[in-house]
Design a protein around this ligand. Sequence first.
Ligand code: SF4
Ligand code: SF4
Length: 254
Amino acid sequence: MNETSEHTDLNRREFLTRSAATAGVALAPGVMLYSVAQARPADEPVSSAVRWGLLIDTNKCASGCSDCVSACERENGWGTGSTDESHSDATQKAQWIRKVEVKNTETGHAFTLPMMCQHCENPPCADVCPTGASFRRDDGIVLVDKHICIGCRYCMMACPYKARSFVHETLSDQKPYAPRGKGTVESCTLCVHRVDAGDSPACVEACTAENHNAMLFGDLNDPASPIAKTVATYATTQIRADLNLNPGVRYQGI
Ligand code: SF4
Ligand code: SF4
């Protein structure tokens, strides 16, 4: 896995944050910014009418690029985004998202893709959790409640995507919207704090800002959304579809 440090274009993020709550913002004549999420009022419950998902086009995912990883680290305060993790060895470091290099040994076709929690509809991590700390929201986002996680790591063993990490360090520099704690398990939150505010995940924003456009975020249940239209039009893949977990993260080009 290669990682690079790129700085998020804050002006662009601020623009998108303000714009995302408004459907169909005109960027230029004939060019519209499609609103991927509506800011959800705090007193409005999460609805199963929505299924948040990610579509990753491996044809556009650049080998050697880790902008999505760097953006996640900065946004959520893990890895290079955390000064407290400096003592961890490579096997202990948090890994909410990682770049994976893949090669088909029969065809020779090689490609790269980002791998994070797949936000399974039927998440085995939640099935095995003895306290209910691992849970799936009605809108498809799988989370860990750090207050009741006892650090048994059953969920890490149950996850077929190796998407979860255990926090080994005492942490002091956490983001208020992404609490972390020594002795608990963590994984990609689909940037739930941003999604609930009507914004896109940080990895998607970084990928788009670099003009790779390999990551598409949106509501899989909304037939008018770009992600649902693309899934309906083109062949897409669920990694380990044979497990019938129905991930919310889908891939193209593999
Ligand atoms: S990818 Fe792993 S951690 Fe994420 S929902 Fe599925 S089983 Fe749980
Ligand atoms: S959605 Fe957010 S938490 Fe998940 S990999 Fe992307 S940046 Fe990280």
